[in-house]
Design a protein around this ligand. Sequence first.
Ligand code: SF4
Length: 420
Amino acid sequence: MTIALPILMLPVATQRYSCHGCGNCCRDFTVQLREADLAKLRAQGWEEKLGMPVTVEFRGTTYLRQRDDGACVFLMDDGLCRIHKDHGFAEKPIACQLFPFVLVPDDVRTHVGISFACQSVRENKGAELRSHLHEVDRMSRGVPETRVATYSAMLADALSAKEGELDALRLALDRFLAREDVVLRDRLDGLAWVAASLGRAKLADVRAKRFAELVTVLVAALPAELEHLPLGPALPKQMRLLRQAVYARLEDVQVNQAKARGRWRTVLGQLLSSRAFTRGRGQVPAVARGLLSGCDFAAIDAVPTLSESPDRDAIDQLLSRYARATLLGNRGWGAGYYGWPAIRGLQALVLNIACTAWLARALAAKRGHAAATIDDVRDALGRIDRHAGRAPWLGSVGERLRLEFFRLDDGLRRITRASI
Ligand code: SF4
């Protein structure tokens, strides 16, 4: 008999959560079903009660059916879930029960991370996370693969992590990201610098204790070291690639729509739209069901950076919590991020934050705000974290090439400072 890994709740004491029933996740997510979910739905007799199928098949996977506007078929007018109302919380599909918690095993434990796609998580509303531990433990039995050590952690490509290396990296960065005496811009620039420096280092020669020492030295040099490494503005080709990365994170094809339009028309439409978005001239093309409709790129470029926002303190707290929760919840690499090695995962985290900041400025431009507000940043982060670690295309070769490109000319640092 396999013994389940111990479970570790996200150790970010400043993060809180309780579901406030906003229903946003039911309007937004495509929910993949497991065999046990299908058996429950059949036993509950929904097809007979509603007079229509409640699931849909797409490329060999079964999903909860969505209405034309993307909402789940079980979402009622009052914002509540019909399965929950008629049969109780524990009878919902397991993915719906677990959200926003994310279970990520490593070699020795199952980390409980949290998704910032949830409005209550972004607004930091509710109970202390540890109060959810018992319930998360119960739910995790519905996804038994999350309680076994199936993944061998990697530090970099072809370099397995040695004991203690990833914890050393996580903890050193967490301490730096939590520093209140360093402005957000410098903390995130520092994160980008560490990610880029480790990407260049010959890590095969610096292992175990020496790797922990290297990380300690790098982080201890911050933020002072940044003053000796001045940067010019982001290069036009870097900003083009940043917009392409944002587009990839907003891609939002509904199963219903893809089936109705056909695969090739869907792919061609995305390709044309992605090109126009990347070019970044004139009107923003249609993306994510009108998220940026009516907005033009020049207006986005005119919005000041997040550091110049009157809401910069609240923005600082939100983005710090996000970066720390991603690292400490093991959502930055390994089983939590496409099985990627830690260094590439770290670079992807920086890119996700840069995409959030660009999108927040875009939402501010669309809403006529002179600067990005905390709500603009919350909404942007919700969109970005909805796909991060989940959408298959963000774990693809295309995304890896983007990260390779940002290794040149201080790309990660420049795009970070461009919007933050
Ligand atoms: S988005 Fe979060 S707060 Fe809103 S219904 Fe879903 S879990 Fe609850």
